[in-house]
Design a protein around this ligand. Structure first.
Ligand code: F6P
Length: 328
């Protein structure tokens, strides 16, 4: 891979925000400056490229952000960037600003845009996995996932207090879009009785059978974690279906919602973001492009955007069984 002569790099965050994005921004800016590159922040993801919302980044612009959730560059999901006109405008603005290469932080939508744009204009782009959903192939964990899981666990611990005190069964809905990673890990960590994920078909009758078994054993409270993408519906829908056939439990539903996206990143997410941010600048200088930079088995790994987008990362199915057995 030939070394790439870079003077200025741009960086943006796109898609849903995730805790740790700021730590990644800090790492990219500081590594760029260390290598005598100029760094331009692009606001609002790809929208900022189209609207030319640029901001020069110096070392002070990323002071005191490693511990902050959200993204100081703001983020958006851009429909205009999917059009030829939008992409043309983005290229014009990159050229006017003398930006030679880009680092994009986000999920599969972000990488799809980067892949198409990079090929269309022969423009070097590398990506960092930033999403609470952890649904990206080519990295064991994504930036933001660990924090989101910890947020869920903290919330479920609190819900459990009420569940026990009032003898109630709670259905707790967590995020993840069509992936069950958040549900699975937080469910195991919070001692949930059952975890429902989109990757496995949910059978309501089986669920009721388990609940009846628990009830017979004098279990009067419980926690069921429901991933928002479950094939039987959201937590309200599933609770209703269960209650229709078995209503011994006093049931409540909690939707955790966007609290899962916010908050100070965990140490794990900060370290991951710092490492990947640092590697992204080195990768660009080494002439890499069209790849997502992730971490597999504690090693930095490069995955072509196309593969990261199209391949399915599988969940650990054994977690479902472990969670159930440990709750008995
Ligand atoms: O991709 C992150 C995520 O939080 C998903 O878990 C969720 O389904 C979605 O974004 C929510 O998106 P929005 O904030 O646009 O409602």
């Amino acid at each position: 891979m030939a070394l790439l002569k870079l003077n200025r790099i741009g960086l943006l965050t796109s898609g849903g925000d995730a805790p740790g994005m700021n730590a990644a921004i800090r790492a990219i800016v500081r590594t760029g400056l260390y290598n005598n590159l100029e760094v331009t922040g692009i606001l609002n993801g790809y929208e900022g490229l189209i609207k030319k919302q640029f901001r020069p980044m110096d070392r002070n612009s990323v002071s005191n952000i490693i511990q902050r959730g959200g993204t100081i560059l703001k983020t958006a999901r851009s429909d205009q960037f999917k059009t030829d006109e939008g992409m043309d405008l983005a290229l014009t603005h990159l050229q006017e600003e003398h930006i030679d290469a880009l680092v994009v932080i986000g999920g599969d939508g972000t990488f799809t845009g980067a892949h198409i744009f990079g090929h269309k204009f022969d423009f070097p782009i590398v990506g960092l996995p930033g999403t609470i959903d952890n649904d990206l192939f080519g990295t064991d964990l994504t930036i933001g996932y660990d924090t989101a899981v910890n947020t869920v666990v903290e919330a479920v611990d609190k819900i459990r207090d009420t569940a026990q005190s009032h003898d109630r069964l709670f259905f707790v809905e967590v995020m993840g879009r069509d992936a069950g990673f958040i549900a699975l890990r937080s469910g195991l960590a919070s001692g949930a009785d059952n975890i429902l994920v989109p990757e496995t078909k949910t059978n309501i009758d089986n669920l009721i059978r388990m609940l009846k078994y628990d009830w017979k054993r004098n279990k009067t409270s419980g926690i069921i974690i429901v991933s928002e993408g479950d094939d039987q519906g959201g937590a309200y829908e599933i609770a209703r279906k269960v209650e229709e056939k078995f209503d011994e439990f006093d049931t409540r539903v909690t939707i955790l919602g966007h609290i899962q996206r916010g908050g100070s990143p965990t140490a794990y997410d900060r370290v991951l973001a710092s490492q990947l941010g640092y590697e992204s600048v080195n990768a660009l200088m080494n002439g890499e492009r069209d790849i997502m930079i992730g971490m597999l088995n504690n090693q930095i790994s490069y995955t072509p955007f196309e593969k990261a987008i199209k391949s399915q990362k599988s969940i650990k199915h054994t977690y479902l069984e472990i969670a159930r057995i440990l709750s008995l």
